[in-house]
Design a protein around this ligand. Structure first.
Ligand code: CO
Length: 162
């Protein structure tokens, strides 16, 4: 197992769409172990594969007593709206209010390729949508108002240049 480097905005790998997983063998299992360790050691509640430079449709979520492995997730239903402060390991130190659906239904596969279906509300619905966004090359910054987005991106860019 290994803690991997987290890729940060504006690295290009965060903007690429990810490929479906078709092989549930040892490579995937070792990727998942590394993702858990990387997420936990960074105090994250979720981590998507592109955040460690791997363009595969894989994410892990760990919050309270929930441990979720998402492979090839698809959003089936979304309902309502909720605004809450959100952050991302790929934009460390930045937190902004983001509007997300209040309830979502997601279908995916687990680490062995077995189908799973999640119906979640509130914070966990938010984390699911945040991680699935990563698999489409989207960051929470993209969901802010244009003004806030420009301001935050400038600040992030400045930090990278230092
Ligand atoms: Co994130």
């Amino acid at each position: 197992m290994a803690v991997r480097d987290i890729r940060e905005y504006p690295e290009q790998v965060l903007r690429k769409g990810s490929q479906d997983v078709t092989d549930f063998g040892e490579d995937l299992q070792s990727l998942l172990r590394d993702m858990w360790e990387t997420m936990v050691s960074n105090d994250g509640v979720g981590l998507a594969a592109p955040q460690i430079g791997v363009s595969l449709r894989v994410a892990v979520i760990g919050w309270r007593d929930r441990r979720i492995v998402l492979v090839n997730p698809v959003v089936i239903e979304q309902e309502g709206e909720e605004e809450l402060e959100e952050g991302c390991l790929s934009a460390p130190g930045f937190y902004e209010k983001v509007t997300r659906p209040a309830r979502v239904v997601v279908e995916a596969q687990d680490e062995h390729g077995e189908p799973i279906r999640l119906e979640e509300e509130g914070f966990l619905a938010r984390v699911l949508m945040h991680e699935i966004d990563h698999l489409e090359g989207k960051l929470f910054l993209d969901r802010l108002s244009p003004l806030k987005r420009r301001y935050l991106k400038k600040k992030l860019q400045k930090r990278v240049e230092k």
